[in-house]
Design a protein around this ligand. Structure first.
Ligand SMILES: Cc1cc2nc3c(=O)[nH]c(=O)nc-3n(C[C@H](O)[C@H](O)[C@H](O)COP(=O)(O)OP(=O)(O)OC[C@H]3O[C@@H](n4cnc5c(N)ncnc54)[C@H](O)[C@@H]3O)c2cc1C
Length: 498
């Protein structure tokens, strides 16, 4: 028996599911191979950040997540006070959404099934090898061995990625030097808001998971040298909480206890031929600042439409490589900030002094805004294509501004629901329509006016927005004379030939 698809996604965690949704939206035949027989009820991540909410908004599905989660107007850097102020960020989602990973995965799976994605549970991928014109996989299924065949394969199979190993991609970095642990426990008393406390005896992050269950994440200098494989006990959790917080909240029963470390690694390449890596398969780090899942979803958003373009045969030559070029630096920045946070969270040695200095710095608005931009991932800018004369908006996330179009009042992210390029004509210039003419299968031309006067689109008269919501090309009055030629060139560079 054989599993056959245009794209086989290995791993049905949040990143694999998100990627599968993107591919299915573009009508690519996609199948997810997931080793687990059923979805896990345990949640490592608990949060979705502003940029992740924006990309879900760009696909018209953010409301499902907002209905389930609770918005918190802050983020954090190494659990420091003051918190990172997300409320002033320039986005429609200026908050952290508190939503356990299990629910994020449930909602992504629901969406994937609506879009017709085939999800094969109980399927363990054992080997992957590129073969002529495609990729071959060896799979252990519930009823025995299977062969898989696809034009492209994406390893979304987590930290111990089999795909990464099979394609020989190095995963350089550092081994864990310390560990922390978490406990999901039933407690007698508590508040309904996440909170944290840090002092000379360590740090604790506490968050309500509902039904009297609390998540405690414990950074205890006396326990930080336990190895990751050493089981966490309820007594260990109790005694750390007593030492750090002076109470164990009358905890009764543990639902889940787990230890994790600060091993930090980045895949050398995100692409080898027809095989790609995304999410934890590409980057691992200490879970500080709540970023891993978020960055993984954003990897998937960057890759999905590019792979779809390749499957459909119109991807310009650089497009598939641009996934590595754009996302690898984001992975590197993620590792850098989580390593810095790890130093700050470890209160043994100079940790407390470092925390004091950093807390003072976080009180400075510009510093707070800078780090909030990083952790929220709103500050990600992709470098312009080589040789392109770039407008200042190029590579940035397109601003979700209110618009008036022929269809009535709308906003930019609503125009992105179908996952196609959007060419916004804000000048009523017939040459823009003419340039897009033959590419209508992948580019949606929208004539509109911006109805928010004081914004970065003031003065912009045309904008090409990529399916992932980043600006590919923009033009303003100063570029008017060369606009048509410039646009034709940009369309060829980004959208391929008709
Ligand atoms: C304690 C802790 C707290 C965290 N908190 C946060 C947070 O608040 N915010 C945040 O953004 N991130 C957080 N993270 C990180 C986040 O959990 C991960 O980054 C995220 O799960 C990565 O998603 P993924 O889909 O890449 O990988 P995974 O979630 O690991 O999914 C990989 C999937 O692949 C499957 N698989 C593996 N091998 C195979 C195979 N050979 N064949 C078939 N299937 C396979 C696995 O069963 C799994 O379902 C936290 C992590 C930890 C440990």
């Amino acid at each position: 028996m054989e599993v056959d698809a245009d794209v086989l996604v290995v791993g049905g965690g949040p990143v694999g599911l998100m990627l599968a949704c993107e591919l299915a939206l573009a009508e690519v035949r996609v199948c997810v191979l997931e080793q687990r027989a059923a979805r896990t009820e345990q949640s490592r991540a608990l949060t979705l950040h502003p940029r992740s909410l924006e990309i879900l908004d760009q696909r018209g599905i953010v409301d499902r997540f907002l209905r389930r989660g609770a918005p918190i107007p802050v983020g954090h850097f190494a659990l420091l006070e003051p918190r990172l102020d997300f409320s002033g960020l320039d986005t429609r989602h200026p908050y952290t959404l508190f939503l356990p990973q299990a629910q994020t995965e449930e909602l992504l799976e629901e969406r994937a099934r609506e879009l017709g994605v085939e999800i094969r549970r109980g399927h363990v991928v054992i080997e992957v090898a590129e073969s002529e014109g495609g990729v071959a996989l060896w799979i252990q299924g519930p009823e025995g061995r299977l062969r898989g065949r696809a034009r492209y394969v994406v390893g979304c199979d987590g930290a111990a990625s089999v795909v990464r190993r099979a394609i020989g991609v190095g995963f350089p970095g550092s081994e864990a030097t310390l560990t922390a642990f978490l406990g999901d426990v039933e407690i007698a008393e508590g508040s309904d808001r996440p909170a944290s406390r840090t002092g000379p005896h360590g740090a604790v992050l506490a968050a309500p998971l509902g039904e009297g269950v609390y998540r405690f994440v414990v950074f205890d200098p006396l326990r930080m040298h336990a190895t990751k494989s050493e089981p966490v006990t309820l007594d260990e959790l109790r005694s750390s909480l007593q030492r750090i917080l002076g109470t164990d909240f009358g905890m009764r029963r543990a639902r889940w206890l787990s230890r994790f470390g600060n091993a930090t690694r980045l895949a050398e390449r995100y692409r080898v031929g027809r095989v790609f890596l995304a999410g934890d398969a590409a980057h691992i780090h200490f879970p500080a600042g709540g970023q891993g899942l978020n960055v993984g979803l954003q990897d998937a958003m960057n890759l999905g439409w590019k792979l779809a373009a390749a499957v459909k045969g119109w991807a310009p030559p650089h497009l598939l490589d641009s996934y590595h070029d754009e996302r690898h630096p984001v992975g590197r920045a993620l590792l850098r900030n989580t390593e810095a946070q790890t130093r700050l969270i470890d209160v043994s040695g100079p940790g407390l002094s470092l925390r004091g200095v950093m807390s003072e710095l976080l009180g400075i608005d510009a510093v707070n805004r800078y780090l909030a931009g990083q952790i929220s991932a709103l500050d990600v800018v992709y470098p312009p294509a080589e040789g392109a004369a770039a407008h200042a908006l190029c590579g940035r996330r397109a601003p979700d501004r209110a618009l008036e179009a022929a269809r009535g009042a709308t906003r930019l992210y609503e125009l992105l629901h179908a996952g196609r390029y959007v060419l916004l004509d804000l000048a009523g210039d017939a040459r823009i329509e003419a340039a897009a003419g033959a590419l209508r299968d992948r580019v949606e031309l929208v004539r509109a006016t911006v109805t928010e006067p004081q914004c970065e689109l003031a003065g912009v008269d045309a904008l090409l927005v990529r399916p992932d919501g980043h600006v590919a090309w923009a033009s303003d009055a100063a570029m008017r004379a060369a606009r048509a030629d410039d646009l034709t060139e940009a369309l060829a560079r980004w959208c391929g030939r008709a």
